[in-house]
Design a protein around this ligand. Structure first.
Ligand code: SF4
Ligand code: SF4
Length: 134
């Protein structure tokens, strides 16, 4: 099982070595996709985590116990369907294929489970339909 999560830290837990512990104690494979760590301030990591489902659930419970909020990217990255004009500009820049053109309809679709929250789509979108919020 492989999923992408956004981990939210606060001034009390931003310096905890949770990535190391996820790897060592829960046998998970952790790939850091994005990191903003600000001493004594709200910080976040975007992680791709893979491993056995039970161990992943235990790892998530460990994070919760440490006061680290782990959310799927779906909660942080949204497309405003009301203003997207399906121009396709975002599909050329999206590195994970989360934004893609479905053929033959040529509709631009968004698959949040593939999104790495890189934010590249935000500035290329003419009507600013993509929102990345942490
Ligand atoms: S760039 Fe914006 S408007 Fe164009 S398809 Fe992507 S999300 Fe929709
Ligand atoms: S933030 Fe945008 S460009 Fe980056 S992976 Fe997600 S959908 Fe693609």
């Amino acid at each position: 099982m492989k999923r992408i999560y956004v981990l939210h830290f606060d001034q009390n837990n931003y310096d905890k070595p949770v990535v190391y512990q996820l790897i060592r104690n829960f046998d998970l494979v952790v790939n850091i996709l994005r990191a903003v760590i600000l001493p004594r301030k709200e910080s976040y990591l975007v992680l791709e985590i893979s491993g056995e489902e039970e161990l992943l659930e235990r790892g998530l419970a460990f994070l919760k116990n440490e006061g680290v909020k782990a959310e799927t990217v779906r909660k942080s990255v949204r497309r405003n369907e009301d203003i997207c004009i399906s121009c396709g500009a975002c599909t050329a820049i999206c590195p994970t294929g989360a934004l893609y053109i479905e053929r033959p309809s040529m509709e631009v679709l968004f698959a949040p489970e593939k999104c790495s929250a890189c934010g590249l789509c935000v500035n290329v979108c003419p009507p600013r339909a993509m929102e990345v919020n942490f």
